[in-house]
Write a protein that binds this ligand. Sequence first.
Ligand code: FMN
Length: 390
Amino acid sequence: MNGTNDGRSPEDSASEADETTDGPRRPIVVQEGNTLHTRLTRELGVHYPFVSAGMGFVALPPLVIAVSEAGGIGMLGAAPEPAPFLRARLQAIQAGTKRPYGVNFIVASANGQDFTTREHIDTCIAERVPVVSFHWDTPPAEWVKALKAAGTRVWMQVPSVEAARKALDWGADGLIAQGHQAGGHNRSTVPTLKLVRDIRSFAREVMLLAAGGIADGFSAARALHHGADGVWVGTRLVASVEAHAHPGYKQRLVEGDAGDSDVTTLFGPEWPGARIRVLRNRVVREWAGREDRIPTPPPPPERIGTTKLFPGVTGGDAPYPMPKFCAFIPTPGTEGDLEEMCLPASGASMARIEGVQPAGQIVVEMMERAHRVLTNPHGLDSDAEEDDRG
Ligand SMILES: Cc1cc2nc3c(=O)[nH]c(=O)nc-3n(C[C@H](O)[C@H](O)[C@H](O)COP(=O)(O)O)c2cc1C
């Protein structure tokens, strides 16, 4: 895809402009040759300041490899993969790319079970994973310490300034500012660009990514212009060839628009009560405003389909009967009615998606366009074009 990307670390000759301590509105992007160099590209030695969001079930090795090979950083969505399956996934990634990649974990528990355990962390340490990112609750301090001691960079996705301060206190090397537009599990009430600026105003030197509503070159350029060192992209990459998502789900993202997502707590016998931004399909419309009044047992149908939780891993292919309001995302192996299912998505991102493309092409096109926009950065200062509808 990206013929000029040799994956080597950018030259040390990067301009000092992005190390400035001037106000947060000042662009920290440094453009060299045909690429964008930021704190992220220098720290990780990658070509583009682009990271694919860790997305459970969807961001499996093919997507991670495609993004890393294109010059970004692919992030495996590990939740809720048992540790032995995680090891198999990591080995698949290592066989597919020699470039930096990461693993994302959700720190939470439900029905008496922790989604992420010390065994997961030890697996990442043993496999020398370059970046581990966490989402939702704060991970135990000893995990962070052990990962950092092993040379792994630790990032935390945060929904607020308070959470950002806390993450820095426990030693995060990088932050992902998750704005309220972001698809998927999301506790943020702050628009993406505002959160980026607010965090940048006190965390001048920290590696900061912007997440939520970034799905084309313009939105990527704007996030960099407002102080991010890179973009963290979810919904756009679900609509990629390599994403492990059901074709009907991908198509709905192409057809969806800015006003077509909602935040709900509807889904999740597997993770009750968690706020998630999803595409507004039939079941979301039907229960809007009544999410806390679902009777026990829930109304029929008892089952909305079947899926395979850990495809491609020995022992992971057993069919999983999906209960009503199942939180699991439809993948190519899922059978059933997608209008009953949980389809994480950002409206702001869907408004910018025009088709299902190879992930590498998405990375390169977004970044090259961002580069062009940043060479003539008109209209990037204001939030006016930021679509707050999600
Ligand atoms: C399908 C899907 C699954 C997601 N799963 C996870 C996950 O497992 N872990 C996580 O940290 N974030 C997850 N997210 C949220 C992303 O990390 C990120 O905040 C979001 O995708 C950014 O907004 P965007 O969708 O507009 O790009 C998910 C998002 C989507 C769309």
